[in-house]
Design a protein around this ligand. Structure first.
Ligand code: IPM
Ligand code: MG
Length: 369
């Protein structure tokens, strides 16, 4: 039995961020109690609330806390209150700064459909099939981090990639595919963009090191159509920062709600990774106890699996969620038309009930770490 001690930095953020991270932390505490782990949670201001309390979206103490943690759990940031601030000082700048400062160059967004929720997908079942794919998005380069220039008359944003930046994220995609259906689809705009041409050439050259993995390429415009027409063709999608941002929202829609999708952001092995739902801060829902906590809870489960090697614990949480969904409980955004929904806090309580109903077998850990 491996009992782990881990420090988790919690960045609740803005809007519904605090509600959903609170739900995830409750479940992580249940997990620690059931399996005999010790998780220490340290909370830090980040995003809009940090602008209000500390004058900047990413205070130095928050960054230091994240860097010295074993994993970071983030809610969501931003809101109308901070939208009129000058470019580069908004909550979003804090998020980009955190990604850059923590060297989080890989972003993984698993698009997995929950069996009980297939009916909320906007795609017809025959198209949806058994869709299950992962998006590997480069997170520290591209037009996001190239030079941004703006005057009253003119503006420009520079999209840049270097071979090492492409290789390090592409390696991760090939490794993910090796543990799945051994298929990588690299998405770019190589018919127009120089940065995409380098991307395609680099990924193609690297693929020779992974002879067992099938690689194909799609232009991003075609890919956005293919995701809707035939999502079952994808196993691991590999793409740059900008296209990954857009395609991951589109892909999340397949699952029925962006509120369901977790993410992992990481850099080199051994460095702390960051976990967050891919949804935003949804200011209009905040404080009403209607937000779906599943994106944050799946993110916590992903942290257990990917950062701490706790496969059994992660599965224990995901199974409890599926049982709650099987019993018909929904929050508003994942309720089928006409179905009854419960407040977010009730939904979380139902999951905790299921965790108690299926106690960890003898408190034994599935850790391989
Ligand atoms: C995301 C978000 C962020 C991004 C925003 C909030 C800066 O949309 O994580 O997908 O564009 O990367
Ligand atoms: Mg986005």
């Amino acid at each position: 039995m491996t009992q782990l001690r881990k420090t988790i930095a919690v960045l609740p953020g803005d809007g519904i961020g605090p509600e959903v991270t609170n739900a995830a932390v409750q479940l992580l505490k249940d997990c620690a109690a059931a399996f005999g782990h010790h998780f220490e949670f340290r909370e830090y201001p980040f995003g809009g609330n940090a602008i209000d309390s500390c004058g900047e979206p990413l205070p130095a103490a928050t960054l230091a806390g994240c860097r010295s943690s074993d994993g970071v759990l983030l809610g969501a940031i931003g809101g109308p209150k901070w939208e009129s601030l000058p470019f580069g000082t908004r909550p979003e700048a804090g998020l980009l700064g955190l990604r850059k400062q923590m060297n989080l160059y890989i972003n993984l967004r698993p698009i997995r459909l929950r069996p009980a929720l297939r009916a909320i997908s906007p795609l017809r079942p025959e198209r949806l099939g058994d869709s299950d794919f992962e998006i590997v998005r480069e997170l520290a380069g591209d037009i996001y981090f190239g030079e941004h220039k703006i005057t009253d008359e003119k503006a420009s944003d520079l999209a840049e990639y270097s071979v090492p930046e492409i290789e390090r994220v592409a390696r991760y995609a090939f490794e993910r595919a090796a543990a799945r259906k051994r298929h990588v689809t690299s998405i770019d705009k190589a018919n127009v963009l120089a940065s995409s041409t380098l991307w395609r050439n680099t990924v193609t050259a690297l693929s020779r090191e992974y002879p067992g993995i099938a690689l194909d390429h799609q232009y991003v415009d075609n890919a956005s159509m293919q995701i809707l027409l035939r999502p079952t063709q994808f196993d691991v999608i590999l793409t740059g920062n900008m296209f990954g941002d857009i395609l991951s929202d589109e892909a999340a829609a397949l699952a029925g709600s962006i509120g369901l999708i977790p993410s992992l952001s990481r850099g080199d092995k051994g460095q702390p990774a960051l976990y967050e739902p891919i949804h935003g801060s949804a200011p209009t829902l905040a404080g009403k106890d209607v937000a779906c906590p599943l994106g944050a809870i799946f993110s916590a489960a992903l942290m257990l699996r990917e950062s701490f090697g706790l496969e059994t614990e992660s599965q224990w949480i995901e199974d409890a969620i599926d049982r709650v969904l099987d019993r018909g409980y929904r929050t508003a955004d994942i309720a089928e038309p006409g179905a009854r929904s419960v407040p977010g806090s009730v939904f979380t309580a139902k999951i905790r009930e299921q965790l108690r109903a299926a106690p960890a077998a003898g408190g034994r850990s599935g850790s391989t770490a």
